[in-house]
Design a binder for this molecule. Structure first.
Ligand code: HEC
Length: 141
């Protein structure tokens, strides 16, 4: 149901996108492909901290109130490219049902980078600094 709604709501949500600038591509990708689940203003699904009755996680916010900024950049790229189930499987995480689809066949690598930059542009200075640090540690620098 939610997936079927993406095409319908995408163009309407595009009005949230800045008209130009380096983040415009990311904003456009976000409004068409991500906003239906993660919210037009990156606010996540209502009551996102509770799972669905079948145990599936709901879509978290991508702003400071969520936890996207907790994760290194490479993990975020994997999450979007491979989807949640495959990323968690590769990490050896079991017992979590992820509703995050894979976009590797839908979006180019540049589009995925652009949408992640768009998301990061909503983080406060502190969250950005934190995320830069976990990314640096994950890369072993
Ligand atoms: C069909 C609904 C749906 C769509 C569309 C969707 N997501 Fe998700 N996403 C989820 C759910 C549900 C989760 C939480 C599950 C999990 O963490 O494994 C999630 C988790 C994530 C995470 C991990 C976040 C974190 O805080 O741990 C990232 C990153 C992400 N999504 C990015 C995106 C991007 C970028 C798009 C658009 C290209 C997108 N999502 C589109 C449902 C969706």
């Amino acid at each position: 149901m939610i997936v079927a709604a993406i095409g319908t709501y995408g163009p309407a949500l595009a009005s949230h996108a800045p008209a130009e600038g380096p983040l415009a591509v990311g904003a456009q990708v976000y409004s068409v492909h991500c906003a239906s689940c993660h919210g037009a203003d990156l606010e996540g699904q209502p009551d996102w901290q509770r799972s669905e009755p079948d145990g599936t996680l709901r879509a978290p916010p991508h702003d400071d109130t969520g936890h996207t900024w907790h994760h290194p950049g490479a993990l975020l790229v994997d999450y979007v490219t491979l989807g949640g189930a495959e990323t968690l499987r590769r990490l050896g995480v079991t017992g979590i049902a992820s509703g995050m689809p894979a976009f590797g066949g839908v979006l180019s690598g540049d589009e995925i980078d652009a949408v992640l930059d768009y998301i990061a542009s909503h983080w406060s200075e502190q969250m950005r600094a934190y995320q830069a640090e976990v990314t640096r540690q994950a890369e072993g620098n």
